[in-house]
Design a protein around this ligand. Structure first.
Ligand SMILES: NC(=O)c1ccc[n+]([C@@H]2O[C@H](COP(=O)([O-])OP(=O)(O)OC[C@H]3O[C@@H](n4cnc5c(N)ncnc54)[C@H](OP(=O)(O)O)[C@@H]3O)[C@@H](O)[C@H]2O)c1
Length: 455
């Protein structure tokens, strides 16, 4: 990574370029600079644009943390799959910065785009830390799509608790900072790079495994976008490829929950939990739903949940035994961890399987003892149970392409048919992103906060 002079206000500093948009480098302290040669070679700044930024970040160099690189990376390449009109077939490609390399050539098109530069609103985390302290709205250049890429004008991008976990450096990967958070979006293609004949300007699409979606425009490889069915709302489309897809995978490929079987799940009121309940009603398996608030119980039953346990005033293990009787429960999913996850594992029948896919009870904890699932050893060993993890990002990287395409296709079809209704999100204008960030982790927050860019 080259280091070069970057004029930040009146103080010239040595900054290193981090992200490139057609000749623009955003340095690690948040300044935008126009370069005339590649970021991966030695670069010369010909002009700086810090004065164009809504807010310039210039912390002392010592304040800036240097998080480690993500351990895993990978981009997803796709072609057309034969199994459905909406689905492309995914194949994993090695890690790398194909886009950055492709656009870092200082070519004629780069210079043309510099001349007609437009700006957009982005939510940026300038460094690792508490989201309420490190996030701010920034004006950045609108990115240009390179060959094989499209530019999407984002209509909605969800704010998940896991996005905040990422900004705190507690998630499965840590991005380079400054970073634009966000892992999902829906929008309309507004510009095509060369070689993107399958797609058209004006087409509504969702992004698949594309990060940095909390901004007005996103550039994505063409194979990382999927057309949205006409009848699907932006609210549903914006959320479909994280939580509902996770519910489909957990109940399908991961645990193969059969009609008539019980599935025990925690945080049943979450978006994943609500999807699981509807999948149970659709496929004929019974859901035993754990919630932490008594006021949530009626909603879970109204949605089709078979039974509910409320940890506010009930003992989880006793109630599992009461409700399931002789049948018992041998399959469970948990996204709370801590004592709740441990109680779930203990409540399972011999040979039972627990898939842990979240750790909501640990999100704000700093005490290492609170970041665990204190499994009861005797129950695990002598009842030969299995406890294992699931992470969608790893699934995207490691799953055979035909199975990946089938799960995505099934999720879209279930939503399109109405069998799976994704709870309506709460649109929040990007200028009020702090409200969305607060809501994402607030108790009883209701629908998912969705960043939108137009009232
Ligand atoms: N591993 C993966 O690949 C993957 C993929 C998708 C999602 N996830 C995980 O799935 C979980 C749910 O995500 P989501 O977006 O569906 O959630 P969400 O819609 O934001 O809802 C969060 C739910 O969790 C409950 N909750 C929060 N903290 C809790 C705690 N300490 N104890 C018990 N319940 C708690 C809330 O209960 P109240 O209603 O009472 O506030 C609410 O019902 C998250 O952990 C997320 O990271 C994992």
């Amino acid at each position: 990574m080259p280091s070069q002079e970057c004029s930040n206000g009146s103080q010239p500093l040595q900054h290193a370029g981090r992200e490139l948009w057609n000749g623009f480098v955003i340095c690690e302290f948040g300044c935008a600079a126009i370069l005339e040669v590649p970021v991966f070679g030695s670069a010369t700044i010909v002009r700086t644009r810090t004065t164009d930024l809504a807010r310039t970040i210039a912390p002392e160099p010592s304040r800036v943390s240097r998080p480690r690189q993500p351990r895993r990376g990978g981009s997803i390449r796709a072609g057309r799959a034969g199994i459905g009109p909406l689905i492309r077939l995914f194949a994993v490609e090695g890690r790398g910065r194909r886009y950055a390399r492709r656009t870092a050539v200082g070519s004629g098109s780069d210079r043309r785009s510099v001349r007609k530069m437009r700006t957009m609103r982005s939510v940026v985390a300038d460094t690792l830390g508490e989201p309420s302290e490190v996030l701010h709205l920034q004006t950045r250049p609108v990115p240009e799509p390179g060959p094989g890429q499209v530019r999407i004008r984002v209509a909605a991008a969800p704010v998940h608790a896991s996005d905040l976990h990422t900004i705190r450096g507690r998630y499965g990967f840590t991005p380079e900072f400054p970073t634009v958070p966000g892992i999902e979006s829906v929008g309309v293609i507004d510009e095509l790079g060369s070689g993107t004949d399958d797609l058209t300007v004006g087409q509504r699409v969702v992004t698949v495994g594309v990060r940095a979606t909390w901004q007005e425009y996103v550039v994505a490889d063409a194979e990382r976008v999927l057309p949205v069915p006409d009848g699907m709302s932006n609210s549903t489309a914006a959320q479909i490829l994280s939580n509902p897809l996770t519910a489909v995978i957990l109940t399908g490929d991961e645990l193969d929950v059969r009609p008539g079987e019980w599935l025990l799940q925690t945080a049943a009121g979450s978006t994943v939990g609500q999807s699981v309940i509807q999948l149970g009603a659709h496929a004929g398996f019974k859901t035993l739903n754990v919630v932490r608030r008594r006021s949530a119980v009626e909603d879970i039953l109204a949605l089709g949940g078979t039974a509910v346990i409320c940890t506010e005033d009930e003992d989880l293990r006793e109630r599992v035994a009461d409700i399931t009787g002789h049948d018992g429960v041998s399959k469970a999913i948990d996204c709370v961890s801590g004592q709740v996850g441990a109680d779930v594992s203990r409540a399972l029948e011999p040979h039972g399987e627990l898939v842990v896919y979240g750790a909501l009870s640990t999100h704000r904890q700093t005490d290492p003892d609170k970041l665990t699932i204190p499994i009861f050893a005797r129950s695990l060993i002598y009842e030969t149970k299995t406890v294992r993890g699931f992470w969608l990002f790893r699934w995207f990287i490691e799953t055979p392409k035909d199975r990946m395409a089938a799960a995505i296709d099934r999720t879209l079809q279930l939503a399109d048919s109405g069998a799976l209704r994704v709870p309506e999100g709460q649109p929040i204008l990007v200028e009020k992103f702090s409200e969305a960030v607060y809501l994402a982790e607030a108790p009883a927050h209701g629908g998912k906060p969705l960043l939108v860019f137009e009232p």
